[in-house]
Design a protein around this ligand. Structure first.
Ligand code: NAD
Ligand code: UDP
Length: 337
């Protein structure tokens, strides 16, 4: 049996495919390469000595999906494909809803037709919206995400809940990621943002290597220990291990299961800069800017439900996350390009 990985050429997807191939699993990747390079999969092949079947196509394309389910014996799907840039989603809301919500609808329809009803969905901590008290537990109500990207994740969660409510043969995991960072320990695959990075760690990394001048810190007047935003950064390889555990667990369950994937530990922007400077052995210049619209002061997980139910816990600490980021950055100053 094969696993279909949508978005498998992307940042998290490529690390997932690498791990699945290492475990001897057969993998089919569907990716339209809108935000990825095929080179990532070539490197995964070099690392593992095994090859995923790659289909360049769009998850919204019904005939592509039908072809995949007709010609490969897929029994579960990991659905990473989606657009993820918050700012872009504010400028292009229809594109985001069409891609992220529309893509999941066509995927689920094709899965239903093929009789495949096991799905792991890449959700996000953004679905909690503004939370007053940390840490965040899965039992807390979802909030009102501040942008179309976040709302597209919440909409998909609702769609998948409705689907499971009406048909108990479905088994779906909603994995709410906190802040994935880091790279494969080989330095061969990692995050390769196009243009100016939106997220903190790729931005710091590009400042350290000299591709960007200074890091803009978005606000130092938050009610946090040093005034800068606090987040729960998780190593991408821990995230991948969380998916493996979730896949095993939902194979024995039906309905919707929700797990936070985070470390349970928050770090401020200034703490991230200090740790990066230590790891890279060079300064990371920064400027203080006004707060970024829609940002919250702090956000970190209570990951104990995943530990209890999945037997999974993030193992890698902040230093390891940034050492691996820096190794990837220095070995690939131009990313996959
Ligand atoms: P990414 O952009 O690197 O990977 C997404 C992949 O999906 C890309 O390879 C892209 O080419 C592909 N894709 C996009 N739309 C597609 C479509 N219509 N058809 C086929 N392929 C398509 O992003 P990532 O960081 O690897 O994130 C993976 C998933 O995790 C996304 O759904 C994202 O929203 C979610 N997520 C990411 C983060 C994060 O900080 N990285 C946090 C929470 C949730
Ligand atoms: N951040 C920052 N400068 C940047 C990018 C991010 O100061 O160039 C801050 C941001 O305000 C937040 C933290 O870093 O407090 C993490 O931001 P990121 O965009 O990586 O993740 P998210 O806000 O989606 O959790």
């Amino acid at each position: 049996m094969s696993i279909l990985v949508t978005g498998g050429a992307g940042y998290i997807g490529s690390h997932m495919v690498c791990s699945l191939l290492e475990q001897g699993r057969d993998v089919v990747v569907l990716d339209n390469l809108v935000n990825a390079s095929y080179a990532a999969l070539e490197r995964v092949q070099a690392l593992t000595g095994r090859c995923a079947i790659f289909i360049k196509g769009d998850v919204r394309d019904r005939s592509t999906l039908e072809h995949i389910f007709d010609s490969h014996s897929v029994n579960e799907v990991l659905h990473f494909a989606g657009l993820k840039a918050v700012g872009e989603s504010i400028e292009q809301p229809l594109r985001y809803y069409d891609n992220n919500v529309g893509g999941t609808l066509s995927l689920c329809k094709a899965m239903a037709t093929a009789g495949v009803r096991r799905l792991v969905f890449s959700s996000s901590a953004t679905v909690y919206g503004h939370v007053e008290r940390m840490p965040i537990k899965e039992t807390m109500p979802t909030g009102r995400p501040t942008n179309p990207y976040g709302r597209s994740k919440l909409m998909v969660e609702e769609v998948l809940r409705d689907l499971c409510r009406t048909d108990p043969r479905w088994s779906v995991a909603l994995l709410r990621y906190f802040n994935p960072v880091g790279a494969h320990e080989s330095g061969r695959i990692g995050e390769d943002p196009s243009g100016i990075p939106n997220n903190l760690v790729p931005f710091i990394s590009q400042v350290a290597i000299g591709k960007c001048g200074a890091l803009p810190i978005f606000g130092n007047d938050y009610p946090t220990r040093d005034g800068t935003g606090v987040r729960d950064y998780i190593h991408v390889l821990d995230l991948v291990e969380g998916h493996l555990a979730a896949m095993e667990t939902i194979a024995r369950r039906s309905g919707v299961s929700i797990w936070n994937l985070g470390t349970g530990q928050g770090y401020s922007v200034l703490e991230m800069i200090r740790m990066f400077e230590k790891v890279a052995g060079r300064p990371v210049p920064y400027t203080i800017q006004r707060r970024r619209d829609g940002d919250i002061a702090e956000c970190w997980s209570d990951p104990s439900l995943a530990e209890r139910e999945l037997g999974w816990k993030a193992r890698r600490g902040l230093e390891e996350m940034l050492v691996d980021t820096w190794r990837w950055q220095t070995a690939n100053p131009r990313g996959y390009g």
